[in-house]
Design a protein around this ligand. Sequence first.
Ligand code: SAH
Length: 356
Amino acid sequence: MVNKKYLFKYLIDKLYEKNYLNLDELVFILDNVHIYGREYLMEKADETRRRYYGRKVYLRGLIEVSNYCRRQCKYCGINALNKKVHRYRLTKEEILRRCQVGYELGFRTFVLQGGEDSYYSDNFLVDLIGEIKDRYKDAALTLSLGERSYESYKSLYMAGADRYLLRHETINRELFEEIHINSNYDERIEALWNLKEIGYQVGAGFMVGIPKQTKEDLARDLLFLKELEPEMVGIGPFIPHRDTIYRDERPGTLEDTITLLALTRLFLPKALIPATTALASIHPHGRELGLRAGANVVMPNLSPPDVRKDYSLYDGKVSTGYEAAEFRKELEESIGRIGYAVDMSRGDYIEWERAL
Ligand code: SAH
């Protein structure tokens, strides 16, 4: 009979060496990590991150451009069916103004995120992207505006957008269909491959603790990431929102999210992985623990302060204190205190094969 404790450590070491485990091995880790030690897993993840990125933590200024959305994602507070949301969208001038504020604060990546809002046509965005890239030549631009056609992604890339964040949310088709009313699983996955093909640095990712999600689902999320090889991976706990049908569901836990972050770091050693706002929202030390588990990006809120409360994806979302871009210095100090160092450069994915 195999000693489970021994097997656990053996598998973590194997993952550390090979950056891969199969489905059964992963499920074993997820089933036993609370007994045999999340510490060891986190240590190995941190070591892996340090090998590629040292102690660096990159900051991105997150501008939440619009909370209008045509989608009806059941978990999301700004879904089209929620009539209680006070809707807003930023004009071109307002977005440029926030970039300027961010640039002066030292940010060299701007992330434009929003609901799927048809106001942001290709023409509008091409014009906006051109303007931003023209003004801030040493800054990277990331988009996170949901699903668009191949041609649309292509024209935004040609206009100068560098990166695109589009979480797959869950790789379990049934679960995906259960939590989305008017989205299509195949289209979501295809959009990710399209973004890769066009040349974007791509961010995929998933929520941890979605109602009915199993450990096997999470293991398969990791295997999907290994196949897609995204440059960025966003992982956060599911958190219920009071105006959605999941209002009474239990949120994903800090422990599970940390475990999945650490496993992702070991699967994709070079990935840029944020300690997400959702993680910071469920626990006062969420962000620090995320960094310790292998995350190396933080995305402070750079939206106009008066709209932050309206970009309410889940309850209790923090957009003040260190999560606010204005507190960049304080955030930098707090990251320094736990042994990491903020790096304000663009922080691109490092193509080690080419760099070496
Ligand atoms: N419309 C864009 C941006 C979505 S918001 C898109 O489709 O990509 C960014 C992320 O917030 C989503 O991908 C989702 O994973 C996360 N999110 C939304 N509602 C959430 C909730 N209730 N709890 C935790 N994360 C949530």
